[in-house]
Design a protein around this ligand. Sequence first.
Ligand SMILES: N[C@@H](CCC(=O)N[C@@H](CS)C(=O)NCC(=O)O)C(=O)O
Length: 241
Amino acid sequence: MTQITLHFAPNTCARVTMIALEEIGHPYETELVSFVRGDHLSEDYRVLNPKGKVPLLVVDGKPLTENVAILTWLAQRFPNSNLLPRCTDAFAYAQVLADLCFCASGLHPIVTRLRIPQYFCDTPDAAPRVFAMAEDAMRPNFELIDSRLSKNEWWYGDTWSIVDAYINWVWFRVAGTDFDTSPYTHFARHNEKLARRPSVQRTVEKHEHAADWLASQGLEVRFSGAGAFQIKHSTSGAASP
Ligand SMILES: N[C@@H](CCC(=O)N[C@@H](CS)C(=O)NCC(=O)O)C(=O)O
């Protein structure tokens, strides 16, 4: 049987990977990464992922990094889980890849600037400006997603896919900042619907449990100084969401 281990930190984008694994139902192990303890920068971790990021999937001893790669591999390895639409030709498949890339490289970097703007400037007073610029950059993306969800229940119409979990992770992270999500009613409805999915509920529970455990060990990330004003929720275990 294929041995799978997911290295994750709570509430990071590894939440999407875990939802995929929960959907699949194939047994998997987890390794909790503490950013505060510097697990992701340790020699052992860097042998597996020199980039020092989560998610990291170890499959039969071999590392796989980058959510786009991990999710497409999982979708192909476990086709019955229907993580992604089944494509009959290369062009349709490339379109699906474009959607995953939109999440990973279009949205994720803006999420990070909204969550921790203080990491993107060298003077504390500049953090609000970084946040404001990220807000401007995110709005057209939220409009795009909201408009698509106004016509469809899920990203791909009637059928749920892991892209729904990915855009929902963006919603979840952004909703925890001062970014006003109230104009995006369809995206909000999508969030409520997704939260009812058993795979999502199990994942959220595991992430909350992991965050609580880290906090009990004094390993929760504390945002202080410039930019802390944006962080309404302190449950994140992520130094760099
Ligand atoms: N391109 C990577 C990005 C992964 C990433 O940035 N992960 C964040 C958590 S959401 C992380 O590990 N941050 C730790 C750090 O930057 O120190 C992917 O899509 O998988």
